[in-house]
Design a protein around this ligand. Sequence first.
Ligand code: SF4
Length: 767
Amino acid sequence: MDGEHILTCPLCEATCGLTVRVSGGKVDLIRGDQDDVFSQGYLCAKGSLLHKIHDDPDRLRTPMIKRDGRHVRATWDEAFAAVAAGLGPVLDAGDRNAIGLYVGNPNAHNHANAIYGRTLIQALGTNQIYSASTVDQMPKHVSSGMMFGDPDLMSLPDLDRTDFLLMLGANPLESNGSVCTAPDMPGRLRAISERGGTVVVVDPRRTRTADLADQHITILPGTDAIWLAALARLLLDGAQERLGEQSTWVTGLEGLSAALGDFTPEFAESICGVPAAVTVAVASGLADNERSTVYARIGAHTTNAGTIASWLVDICNLLAGSLDRPGGAMFASAAMATIVLLPVAEGLASVGITVVSTVTPKCAASFPQRHCPTRFSNREGRLRAMIVIGGNPARSLPDTTRMEEAFEALDFMVSVDIFLNETSRFADVILPPPSSLERSHYDLALYNVAIRNVANYSPAIFEADGPHEEDIFAKLALIVAGQGADADVEIMHDLTLDAVLSSRQKSVPELADRSIDELRAMVTGDTPADRVLDAMLRAGRYGDRFGAEPEGLTLEKLKGHPHGIDFGPMRPRLPHALKTVDGKIAVLPVGFAERLADIASERSAMNGAPVLIGRRDVRSNNSWLHNVKGLVKGKDRCTLWVNPLGAAEWALADGDAALVASSVGEVEVPVEVTDRTMVGVVSLPHGWGHNALGTQLSVAREHAGVNMNVGSADQARSAVWKRHPHRYSGDGDSSGEIAASPGPVAEPSEVMLKRRAVAQMAAAKAS
Ligand code: SF4
C-alpha cells in the first residue's frame, strides 16, 4: 500500500488526476498528476486535502441506528435488519409512491452509485424521485430534450479552440467548471486571451472569473433569458449564411424570428440593465468570430427563467454558426452514455418530460425539489418514508424549515452518507459507504460533459472497512423488493450485470448474435460495479465489442493507462445524434415563445427590491467539505456581500449583522461591504448553517455560518435591514427601524413579515 498511487479526484466536475503518496499506511501528500492526459498536473486546494476526508474522525465508519432520539453505532446486519423493519409497514401498505428517494450531487462522481442507483430505483418502484439536479442543471436537460430530443445531449463550450467565449452566470475559477468538465479552467481561459481571443463574463458580481476576462458586463439577476433573447434577435441577421448546410436540419426558424420580435437591445436594457450598445457589440463578437461560443451556468439556470435561458444559449450558438463546429458549442463523445434515472413505470419521453400527475412536471425522472415537502404533507399520497443517498437536502433545498419539518414527520428514513449531517440526523438508520480512497473510480457521468473525449479509471488505494456502495444499494434493493435483510447481494449483482449486457446486446449490432452467458464470461473487474463498468466500456463508443474490435477499449486496457486515455477533442455529432421525431433541431419548442413573453412581463412588473444571489468558493463544495480544517480556516466566507452604495443607503457597515428575509424565513448574517456585487444585489453562499443539534461535524460547527436556504423559496425575493444594536436593548419596538429603512424594500407582505419578526426578536432579547 505504501508508495505512489494515481487517482482521479472525485470532488468536483474537473476530474483532475492526483498523485497520492502513502507512507506508513497513511496519505501524507497529494499532488497533481503531471502525466494525466486531461489535467496535466492541475489540482486545487480541495484535491490536495482529499485524504483529510478519509482521515476525518467524524466520518462514520459503522452504521448508526437512532435509539431514543440518539444515533448509536450498529453492525451492518443490525442496520439492514432495522431498514427492513422500518420500511416493512410502508411497503406492506401497498403504495410504492409512499417511499421517496433523494439522490445528491456526489452520486454523479461515482460509477458504482450511478449504476446501482438505477438498480435501487427499479426495485423500489416509486415515482417519488428527487435529485440535486433540479436546483442545478435540469433546465439544460429540459431544453436539450426539447431541442435535440435527448436530455443528455448538452452543448459544451469548445474552450481549447474558441476565439470568443461568452459566459453567463458561471464562475469556473471558483467552481472549476460546471456541466463543462475541463480541468485547469484558469489556464484554459487565460489561453483564449493569449491566443488573441476574447472572454466576456456576464454576471451581477465581479467574480474572480470576471477579473480574468477581457470584459465584464453586469446584469440584473434573473434577466439572462431576456438579454439572450435580444442577442438572438440580433443574430438572426445573417444567420442563414452562417448556418450553411445546418439550415436543412433545423425547424421553426420563422416562428423563432416572430417570438424574438419584441426583444430589441433597448428593451433588454430596460429590463437587464445592459446598455444596448454593449449587447450589439457582443452579438457582433459572436457573429464575426468563426470560433465563438456561448456558455451559461447556474446563475442563468437557477431562476424561474432557467429553461428559457438555457434554450436561448443554444439558439445563440446556432444562429452564430457555432453549434457543433470546432471552437463553438459542441457535444462530447464519451466512451459510454450517462445512465439516466429512468422512470420506473412510464419510460422517459423523447423530449425529456414526463407528466406523472396532473400538476407536477418531471424531467429525467426527477421531480422539482420544491415539490418534495408538499408531498410529505399531502393527506393523500403522503410520503411516509425516504431514502437519501449522498445528499444534504436540509441545507441544499429551498425553504429549509419546511423541509426539516417534513423529515421530522416521516415514519422512517434511511441515509446513505459518510457524515452525520444536517439531513442524516433525521435518519432512523445511516449506512456509511467507503471513503473515496477506498473505492475504484470512473467518471461515468462527467465524461459526457467533458470538453475532451477521455477515459480514466483508478483503483481503490485502501481496502474498505465495510460494504461497497454497490453492496449497500443491492441490499436496499433486495429489501424493498421484499427479499428481506438476509438476502444475498449477489442476486442483485447478477441481475444488474445481465440487465446491462442485455440492453447492449439489443443496441450494439456486433453483440446481437452473442449469448448473455458468453458475454458475462468475458467480463472482468475486481468488484461488481467494475464488472458492469467493463461491460459498458466494451460495448461503448471506443469498446472492443467483446472481441470483435480487438484494439478497442476494455477495463483491463484502461487499467494499463493509469494517467488516462485521450480520444481527442470534441468532434461534430449532428445531425446523427439528434433524437427528435423528425431528426431535426426544434428551434422553437412548444410553449417556449409564450413562456418567453411571460418572463418579459413578469420582469417588467418587478418592484426593484434587493435581490439575493448565491456564490461559490473554490475551497467549498455545497455543504459537505466544511468539516476539513484546511478548507474552512481563515477569513469567514459566509458573509453577505453588499455594494458600498447599497450599504450607504441601508446604513450598513463591514461587520454589521444584517437580517436577510423573504416570505418564508430569515437569517442574520455578517455584512461584507464590497464593490464586487452590483447595486441592488446582495450575495450569500449556500451550504452553510452547521449549528444544528444532533450532527457530528465538529470542525464545521466551529465555522457554522448561516443557511441561506432558510429564506429561499420559489420566486421569493429578499430584503436587507441593518440590525440596530440599540433595538435589542429592551425597548421592544422595531417599527421605527423598518419605517426608517431607506432605499428599496421588499414586497408588502414581506415587510409585514419583517415587522413582526423583528419585533419578536427584540422582545425575546429583552426578556
Ligand atoms: S479542481 Fe476539482 S477535481 Fe480538480 S483537484 Fe480540485 S476538487 Fe479535485
